[in-house]
Design a protein around this ligand. Structure first.
Ligand SMILES: Cc1ncc(C[n+]2csc(CCOP(=O)(O)OP(=O)(O)O)c2C)c(N)n1
Ligand SMILES: [Mg+2]
Length: 667
């Protein structure tokens, strides 16, 4: 079977048995589900066996032990590799029944690894390349937390990535950023099998991956990915370098399946019963399906129990810390906010209502952050090269640099997708609350990772400024139109568009309090007058929408607006009321929170029996759920244009006059 010159027989029989247990479980689970990817787990079984048995620091009995090594299966289609490892090493969640139930409804063994379904799954993977970028975020968080708690944090981040992960554009952002920061405790094991779905990778790619990584500042090695000794030596060396490490593991996809190995046919389909029998013979694995002989299972369980000693030692070092240090560490891990956080924001809101600043909401965000970052030490800010525009950096924040990880501000560079995935990794790692900014229009560049923040239920806060044609001269490439609607379409994502400085503070509070929901803060470039002149301690944005201004006379019209257009709605209200048409204004900073209110609150707030006009400098999609088919919409359903903001608002008809006309038309 050494059709590529590999010498697996040189491995110890114990190693071969352990690796074959992974191969067997993986091919059998895929066969039983009649779907899945046997090739990658079978090809990487030797590498995974060496990694888990010789290096990975983990304790299945304490799966969330903060100082465990992180293992990320970036090639998420190979999920059965991870499930096999978790089962074999003794994670309680991953019973043999779960393996048998691979890919079935309600099982913990979904088609791709899903964060939160079972202990030991450190992140959701499947969208290729993102796992690698998420792992970079984890490795960065490790360095930063180690800087703060050096006696308590010292672990590695290991990634298995395939050809697909390395072809994806985000791999460039991830590799480049990790190399720049010198994340030396990041070890990437590349499943170098030269096969992807369409066939040989040389159909589409001819990069010299080693040179590519080297150019980005990584240490690079290459090994026979079926030779346990070579793998072990390479990982050993990788752990010692002062650079992130990539080990190209030359493997045969579907290793052991005589007719399918080394070909794309092993990638993503069951091998078939006949081929499975031939594989058993070839691997000298005579055991029945899902039967792991006790002796081999024992070897694996011994690997699993080794970690207990390490996690206990870690507990001891935790207990040896001062009460203050333990408390600080625990707070970071729990992600709880200070008990007086609401009060702090309320006090700050009072000063806003008193002084009525006319800040752009991006500026209001920075001012809120001045209060927040002072109060919550876990926040870590950043921007994708738009710090001065996003206003994400507060005065006392020092940058994170390759030589100093004590800072709280990350210059992510022009890497929006990377930034979002790194923030997912930081949030998953624990100890920090990441927020990061770019222009709202470039949520498109970050979207796949925003989607995973939402799917995983992570507290990641996206500070998205320049949120409409109100940004002016930069023109239509920079002016978001469909972005609010497209982001609102993502489940479990709170999309906030605050109207003034008070609402901005409230939306920041809500973003931080939402421990399992990411948030988008959609913020204006242009100045906005303060509308909330009467202070209340209550966070009015918490209900998503509320009556900002009642009608002075019998209400005939309800204007529902968000962000910068609330000001315009307030102007229109004044005009309508001066003509004897009672008009209410509802500010709606967050659809998702409004939708979660009870029906009577929603109906009442939307003004039953009144003419409803929605106002938002974005596309109309979705607004009819509040206005009804007979309601009106003032916004923009085309691309914008390059001109001063004021001219654009007039040109596209987002004006108080247009609102008045739309209301009157319907009365
Ligand atoms: C972003 C993204 N694009 C496409 C896919 C579909 N897909 C799953 S695996 C795969 C090929 C991956 O090739 P490789 O990483 O070499 O895996 P191998 O075939 O070696 O297991 C593709 C295109 C995906 N999961 N994610
Ligand atoms: Mg491949």
């Amino acid at each position: 079977m050494n059709n590529s010159g590999l010498t697996p027989s040189a491995n110890s029989s114990k190693h071969n048995d352990m690796a074959n247990a992974i191969r067997a479980l993986s091919m059998e689970a895929v066969q039983k589900a009649n779907s899945g990817h046997p090739g990658m787990p079978m090809g990487m079984a030797d590498v995974a066996t060496v990694l888990y048995s010789k290096f990975l620091k983990f304790d299945p009995a304490k799966p969330n032990w903060p100082d465990r090594d992180r293992f990320v299966l970036s090639a998420g289609h190979g999920s059965s590799l991870l499930y096999s490892l978790l089962h074999l090493t003794g994670y309680k969640d991953l019973t043999l029944d779960e393996i048998r139930n691979f890919r079935q409804l309600g099982s913990k063994t979904a088609g791709h690894p899903e964060y939160g379904h079972a202990d030991g799954i450190e992140t959701t993977t499947g969208p290729l390349g993102q796992g690698l970028a998420t792992a970079v975020g984890m490795a960065l968080a490790e360095r930063m937390l180690a800087d703060r708690f050096d006696a308590l944090v010292d672990h590695y981040t290991y990634v298995i990535a395939g050809d697909g992960c390395l072809m994806e554009g985000i791999s460039h952002e991830a590799i480049s950023f990790a190399g720049h920061l010198g994340l030396s405790k990041l070890v990437l094991l590349w499943d170098d099998n030269s096969i992807s779905i369409d066939g040989s990778t040389d159909l589409a790619v001819s990069d010299d991956q080693g040179k590519r990584f080297e150019a980005a500042g990584w240490d690079v090695q290459a090994v026979d990915g079926h030779d346990a000794e070579q793998i072990e030596k390479a990982i050993e060396a990788a752990r010692k370098t002062n650079k992130p490490s990539m080990i190209a593991c030359r493997t045969i996809i579907g290793y052991g399946a005589p007719n399918k190995q080394g070909t794309a046919s092993a990638h993503g389909a069951p091998l078939g019963n006949e081929e499975i029998e031939l594989t058993r013979t070839q691997l000298k694995w005579p055991h029945a399906a899902f039967d792991i002989p006790v002796k081999i299972l024992d070897c694996w369980r011994t690997v699993g129990t080794k970690g207990a000693r390490l996690s206990a030692a870690w507990e001891e070092s935790l207990n040896a810390q001062s009460e203050e240090v333990r408390q600080a560490f625990a707070t970071g891990q729990s992600g709880e906010l200070p008990a007086d956080f609401h009060e702090t924001i309320a006090t700050y809101k009072q000063t806003l209502s008193d002084t009525a600043p006319g800040w752009a909401s991006r500026k209001a965000s920075q001012e809120a952050l001045n209060v927040i970052n002072e109060h919550i030490v876990q926040t870590v800010g950043g921007s994708a090269d738009l710090t001065g525009s996003n206003l994400t950096k507060t005065s006392h924040m020092l940058p994170v640099t390759p030589d100093d990880f004590s800072g709280r501000y990350i210059y992510y560079g022009v890497r929006e997708f990377g930034m979002a995935a790194f923030m997912n990794g930081i949030a998953l790692h624990g100890g920090f609350i990441p927020y990061g900014g770019t222009f709202m229009v470039f949520t498109d560049y970050a979207r796949p990772a925003i989607r995973l923040s939402a799917l995983m239920g992570l507290r990641v806060i996206y500070v998205m400024t320049h949120d409409s044609i109100g940004l002016g001269e930069d023109g239509p490439t920079h002016q978001p139109i469909e972005h609010m609607a497209s982001l609102r379409a993502i489940p479990n994502l709170n999309v906030f568009r605050p109207a003034d400085a008070v609402e901005t503070a409230e939306c920041w509070q809500l973003s931080l309090e939402a421990k399992s929901t990411p948030s988008i803060l959609s913020l204006s470039r242009q100045g906005l007058p303060l509308l909330r002149l009467t202070h209340t301690d209550e966070n009015l944005s918490a209900k998503g929408g509320y009556e900002l201004s009642p009608a002075n006379i019998d209400a005939k019209v309800t204007l529902i607006a968000t962000g910068s257009e609330v000001t315009i709605a307030m102007e229109a209200r004044k005009k309508l009321e001066s003509e004897g048409i009672g008009t209410r204004v509802v500010s709606m900073p967050c659809w998702e929170l409004f939708d979660a209110q009870d029906m009577s609150y929603k109906t009442e707030t939307l003004g039953p029996g009144t003419v409803k006009i929605a106002v938002e400098a974005a596309c109309s999609m979705g607004w009819q759920k509040y206005t009804g088919l007979d309601g009106g919409f003032i916004g923009i359903d085309s691309f914008g244009a390059s001109a001063p903001a004021e001219d654009l608002y007039k040109h596209f008809g987002i004006t108080a006059e247009a609102i008045v006309a739309a209301a009157k038309e319907r009365l």
